[in-house]
Design a protein around this ligand. Sequence first.
Ligand code: CA
Length: 232
Amino acid sequence: MHKPLILIVEDDAPIRNLIATTLKANDYRFITALTGESAVAETATHNPDIVLLDLGLPDLDGIEVIKQIRSWSNTPIIVISARTEDTDKIEALDAGADDYLTKPFSVNELLARLRVTQRRLSLMQNTAQQAIYENHQLKIDYANGCAYLQEKELSLTPIEYKLLCVLAQNTGKVLTHKFILQHVWGNSWESNMGSLRVFMASLRKKLVKEPNAPQYIQTHVGIGYRMMKIDE
Ligand code: CA
């Protein structure tokens, strides 16, 4: 099987070495870049499966690196940052990052984020052309506009259904409130900030039939939501 190639963008040598050692021990291949400009160049040359990107780089700001890569590539980008402010995470996600890790992070957390991103990629490749979305006991029939949980049709309002579709189409990816609002409400998104929480709460309630049932929708406080890929 093909070992995933990870581009590590980090100017801080101890952290870069920690990530490299972790990847090596877990069957990943990796290349490294120490600056923003070389990150963009390495992505173009080697087409990595995932980019791990530090935001504080000596030349370009990490956000600028995300924007440049996103102008021509969909390669997943996981931000690794010492910036703990929610606004920085939101800025990175809005610029096109797929996920974020805050320093200091544990090696296990890094590996978990890589797995989530890889699952999302394979899910996207498998479902790109399909009219039916399936995730554990959740099913969406896009052609007929219906969703099912454990084979039973869910009774969803049009807004709840739209929310579910936006999340499902980005399974594994953290979506900001702004992203979700723009995709569900379009131009009137700013006036619907308050509605989002209400509709999301009712949607989540409908997706959990039993107390120990898997949580499909994960909340990122102050940032947004993510549809999780639930393993069988
Ligand atoms: Ca740095």
